[in-house]
Design a protein around this ligand. Structure first.
Ligand SMILES: C[S@@+](CC[C@H](N)C(=O)[O-])C[C@H]1O[C@@H](n2cnc3c(N)ncnc32)[C@H](O)[C@@H]1O
Length: 241
């Protein structure tokens, strides 16, 4: 599974290529046929949040690949969005709280908001102000727009390594960029019984699933190998621009 363009040492996992898929529904059906989307709730939310509203204009939206969104960032591939939604599904029940660190285009923040519903809370944190502004415009075009208006969905400019303490603790935390180590603030802001999904590593990265037990103890397992852009400082990310 990949987030960055091809790397010479890594085999890329991509479930389909080319721009033959013409609708968001077909994209979700493909993810179902490959067994990436396995539940009704995840298929429903991915069908209701059209990926086309979140990719740059003129780009085929339904190809299973990450796409550049500027500022050395990408929108994740559909199979990665689906994988993370499946892993977090039980922690995205109505009324629960979700944090999306490195929210980028706002796609997953919108999905989280719809899953936790108007009584829940979905918070996106992204450190590039221009991406926060464009993600809000994307969300306004999507099925999650009423939740943004109501305030159960919000996106903020900030260093996601610090989480977003104001709305903590969270039942679900998703990190959309690869950390060298799991940021302690994110562990602190995870609710007992909650789950975090976070890519960890440099060139070789693992998607780690961090479960906090009801007694506060932490269990971590590796789900799959991935390649994400780094969770870093704004200066380091923009350094090559
Ligand atoms: C793979 S991209 C976007 C992922 C997002 N899930 C999506 O599909 O649109 C990762 C994002 O993490 C952001 N990022 C990197 N380091 C960050 C940090 N320290 N705090 C907040 N955002 C960060 C990047 O700017 C980028 O937008």
């Amino acid at each position: 599974m990949d987030e960055l363009p091809p790397h010479p040492f890594l085999t890329l996992k991509r479930f389909w290529s080319g721009s033959g898929i013409g609708t968001n529904k077909e994209m979700v059906e493909n993810l179902q046929s490959y067994g990436v989307v396995r539940s009704k709730k995840v298929s429903e939310v991915m069908e209701s949040v059209d990926r086309a509203f979140f990719v740059p204009d003129g780009v085929p939206p339904y190809v299973d690949t990450p796409l550049p969104i500027g500022y050395n960032a990408t929108i994740s591939a559909p199979h990665m969005h689906a994988t993370c939604l499946q892993l977090l599904e039980k922690h995205l029940q109505p009324g629960m709280r979700a944090l999306d660190v490195g929210s980028g285009t706002g796609y997953l923040t919108a999905c989280f908001a719809l899953m936790v519903g108007p009584e829940g809370r979905a918070v996106g944190v992204e450190h590039i102000p221009e991406l926060v502004a464009s993600s809000i415009k994307n969300i306004e075009k999507s099925a999650a727009a009423p939740l943004l208006k109501k305030g159960s969905l919000s996106v903020h400019v900030g260093d996601g390594r610090q989480g977003w303490a104001e709305c903590a603790p969270y039942d679900a935390i998703h990190v959309g960029a690869a950390a060298a180590e799991i940021p302690p603030a994110l562990i602190d802001q995870l609710k007992p019984g909650g789950r975090m999904v976070i890519p960890v590593g440099n060139i070789f990265q693992d998607l780690k699933v961090v479960d906090k037990d009801t007694d506060g103890s932490i269990n971590i397992h590796d789900e799959t190998s991935v390649r994400y852009v780094p969770l870093t400082s704004r200066e380091a990310q923009l350094g090559d621009n």
